[in-house]
Design a protein around this ligand. Structure first.
Ligand code: M6R
Length: 367
């Protein structure tokens, strides 16, 4: 049941400290407290020999892989490529030797993702499934299964499955980085330490629920909304926009902040709320100048950042939310929680059917 929550979606958002912890525990070495893959999976994949990674999935699962692309490349130095399953399967891409293919799916039944998996098996490359439903077809057919432990997800809008996917992908990236000597023991230990604070960071983000709820005023009367981010926050902008459009029916798009000048800025008016996802990091100054460009065209800006970022932004954003200060590596997960709550409260304010949005099915078993 929904317990004390009005919707499954809200219940599932609030379950994340536990579902993320439960998932992370399985990917944490009990004695060393370092992240990695369970022994059998690591051996089967042969982590030291992986030369490149293809990741194939749909919807929110696809955005999880797009976030993880930065981790596989930056932490592990392994070239990675992501694709939408419906594109991948019909393109029949040429696959590099010693590459592996990773399929991410909550349900494990998504038709296009399954077809892409079968294609990769035919091509003879190793297939890895990151799935929430362990008895699913994708889990059965893949060579290696890395489960997420989000528990049953009822809300059509994926929330806790997404954050569980992110932590498994992060553990996977750390495991490859270590196996290939891209990170040494001390670096793995330090990084793991940071990552293992994620559930308390999620708790802190959830405690801002009332603050975030007030910010839905940002979307009042909006027909269109834009989400902008750079680096790892670019795919999160796509995910934030997907969440909003799915359940509130407000037309929302995510863009890479750097692309603003290459087209999207033409859309900015006083009636197009923009959400900037920009913690105070190396790319912050770049994001801030994009934010100022939007503000200069009267675009109302909601800045999702941290105290430092908000202090630096001064009066440029119309509104802002200060998320907890956390290690940089887990900030995308903390930002995710804010994006979920923002979409949820916007939908509730508009009176839509949050758990069963129109036209959508929880699992897309036909293409
Ligand atoms: O079960 P899957 O993870 O394979 O599903 C993929 C997408 O259909 C799914 O993430 C969809 O985009 C959700 N409604 C997003 O909230």
């Amino acid at each position: 049941g929904k317990g004390n929550y009005p919707h499954f979606m809200l219940k599932e958002i609030f379950e994340q400290p536990r579902t993320v912890k439960r998932t992370l525990d399985v990917y944490t070495h009990p004695a060393h407290q370092t992240l990695g893959l369970p022994r059998a999976a690591a051996d089967q994949i042969n982590l030291a020999d992986v030369s490149s990674i293809y990741m194939v999935s749909c919807g929110t699962a696809h955005y999880a892989t797009r976030v993880s692309e930065y981790w596989f490349e930056q932490l592990a130095g392994v070239p990675s490529k992501t694709d939408i399953a419906s594109e991948f399967r019909y393109r029949r891409p040429a696959l590099a030797k010693n590459s592996i293919a990773v399929f991410v799916s909550q349900s494990g039944e998504t038709a296009d993702t399954l077809a892409a998996l079968r294609y990769c098996k035919e091509q003879g490359i190793k297939t890895v499934a990151i799935v929430n439903v362990q008895t699913s077809t994708i889990a059965r057919e893949a060579d290696v299964v890395l489960p997420t432990y989000a528990g049953p997800e009822i809300g059509v809008a994926s929330t806790k499955a997404f954050t569980a996917q992110l932590v498994v992908l992060l553990a996977f990236a750390v495991a490859i980085a270590e196996a290939q000597g891209h990170l040494d023991e001390a670096e793995v230990a330090a990084l793991s330490n940071d990552i293992l604070t994620v559930n308390s960071a999620i708790e802190k983000a959830l405690s801002l629920d009332d603050v975030i709820k007030k910010e839905v005023i940002h979307f009042e009367q909006a027909a269109d909304a834009f989400y902008l981010g750079r680096g790892v926050y670019y795919p999160l902008a796509l995910e934030g926009a997907l969440k909003l459009k799915e359940i509130s029916y407000i037309h929302a798009e995510g863009f890479a902040s750097g692309e603003l000048k290459h087209g999207p800025i033409a859309l900015i008016t006083a009636k197009t709320p923009v959400v900037f996802i920009a913690p105070f990091d190396d790319l912050f100054e770049k994001s801030l100048s994009n934010l100022q460009e939007v503000a200069a065209r009267s675009g109302p800006v909601l800045l999702l950042s941290d105290e430092k970022g908000i202090a630096h932004a001064g009066s440029a954003p119309t509104r802002s939310i200060a998320l907890p200060n956390t290690p940089e590596i887990i900030m995308p997960i903390v930002q995710t929680v804010a994006l979920q709550l923002l979409a949820y409260h916007a939908a509730v304010a508009l009176g839509t059917d949050v758990d069963q949005p129109r036209n959508l099915a929880k699992s897309v078993t036909v293409e």
